[in-house]
Design a protein around this ligand. Structure first.
Ligand code: CTP
Length: 395
């Protein structure tokens, strides 16, 4: 499987450095060409001689050796994958902040290939908000961050933070090279779930959206190598670890979050059920039951999809949904035109098995120049892949 694959295995200062020795053997046995970069701290745990003997290559530690300068830019370009295992708390922090104070960091910052890392540290360090912030930053930057394991830690404490076993890292590498990678290098924005518009501190206006369709689309993009930002309203759906998750409440918040970096996205899929109206004023106190009739003035929320349509760049692909109860096709086509979308995905609340909270959906996709494709009732996960197939064929 890994024959002809070039992997740069980077080892950093952690007791888990010994696991990298086993990992090297697994990668080599499967046919990969592996070169090793170590930080100085890593050499305190495992000798560079161990790695150079096994890899039959010089281990790279410093910027210079015997008056020779290591070409970090070429190293990053040589590799099909940079695998940092174990990745110490310090290395993760340096990467997140773009600090270049050792050869590994220079290779990372000049790399053009995908990067995967397996964190290793004590539980307190792993759970610290600063580390979690750094991890989120790396995910946002498109780094594949593997999970940590629970067990006995170097400190003698028991908890989360151990590097996962070499066999598990190896499996992730195999998975990485075997999956379809139609969206590698693509930045994708997906919206999902409902928005919640407060009336007073107790009540709100919202809808029944579960976020399932949007989450299935975000998951499918990540599985195919995309760098995904998911902006979602309140929902119980679990979001994959590799997704850059932005959680919002109101339509206005969703609008602001989406517009922040809108021009940087290659593909935008708006699956959220955004509230069309929001109370014109939110009462700071709970509204008391004093009148027989209560009138609440509502004002229109900003239309995120329409705004994205206005700002659409030439190579951006913009997709919206249309949820209808009547005149589905007519309304979907109107939205396609009015919102300047490339595709509108129509789902009807009238179709059995389709709509809010269900695991299945029935959709028709409408595009420019009379394009139309109807799909039978399917799981939302399967439909997500149908949508990806369509996008990947879009010129
Ligand atoms: N949408 C949006 N911002 C809004 C309202 C809708 O981005 N304020 C997006 C939805 O995410 C969806 C598409 O627009 O992709 C269509 O949403 P839908 O609710 O079906 O239509 P509306 O534009 O709200 O029009 P109407 O309620 O009249 O059907």
């Amino acid at each position: 499987m890994l024959k002809a694959k070039k992997i740069l295995l980077c080892v950093t200062g952690s007791i888990a450095a010994y696991k990298a020795v086993y990992l090297l053997r697994l990668l080599q046995r499967d046919g990969a060409s592996v070169r090793i970069v170590m930080t100085k701290e890593a050499t305190n745990f495992v000798s560079s001689l161990t790695f150079s003997t096994l890899s039959k290559e010089r281990v790279l530690i410093d910027f210079t050796e015997n008056d020779n300068w290591e070409n970090h830019a070429l190293l990053g370009r040589w590799a099909d994958l940079i695998l940092i295992a174990p990745a110490s708390c310090n290395t993760i922090a340096l990467m997140a902040h773009g600090i270049c104070n050792n050869l590994l960091q220079a290779v990372y910052l000049s790399a053009t290939c995908p990067v995967m890392l397996a964190p290793a540290m004590d539980e307190d360090m792993w759970k610290h908000p600063a580390t979690q912030r750094n991890i989120q930053q790396l995910i946002h930057d498109g780094i594949k961050v593997l999970d940590v394991a629970e067990g006995e830690l170097a400190s003698g404490l028991f908890g989360k933070g151990r590097m996962i076993e070499p066999e598990e890292v190896f499996k992730e590498v195999i998975h990485f090279f075997s999956k379809k990678e139609r969206f590698v290098g693509k930045k994708i924005l997906v919206t999902a779930g409902p928005t919640v518009e407060p009336i007073d501190p107790v009540r709100f206006i919202s809808n029944h959206s579960s976020g399932k369709m949007g989450v299935a689309i975000a998951d499918a993009f990540v599985a195919e190598g995309g760098v995904v930002t998911l902006v979602h309203g309140p929902m119980t759906e679990k979001v994959e670890k590799g997704i850059n998750e932005v959680s919002v409440q109101t339509a206005q918040e969703m609008y602001s979050s989406c517009l922040k970096e809108l021009s940087t996205f290659d593909i935008i899929v708006m699956a959220a059920a955004v509230a069309d109206y929001s109370p014109a004023e939110k009462s700071n106190e709970k509204i008391k039951k004093t009148q027989d009739f209560l009138r609440i003035d509502l004002k229109k929320t900003p239309d995120i999809l329409a705004e994205a349509g206005k700002r659409k760049k030439e190579n951006q692909i913009l997709i919206g949904f249309a949820l209808e109860t009547e005149n589905g096709v007519e309304n979907a086509l109107k939205k396609l035109d009015k919102k300047n979308a490339d595709f509108i995905i129509l789902n009807s609340l009238r179709d059995q098995g389709a709509g809010f909270g269900k695991d299945t959906n029935k959709i028709s996709i409408f595009g420019k120049k009379g394009f139309r494709k109807d799909f039978p009732l399917k799981s939302k996960r399967e439909l997500a892949y149908d949508i990806l197939n369509l996008i990947s064929q879009h010129p």
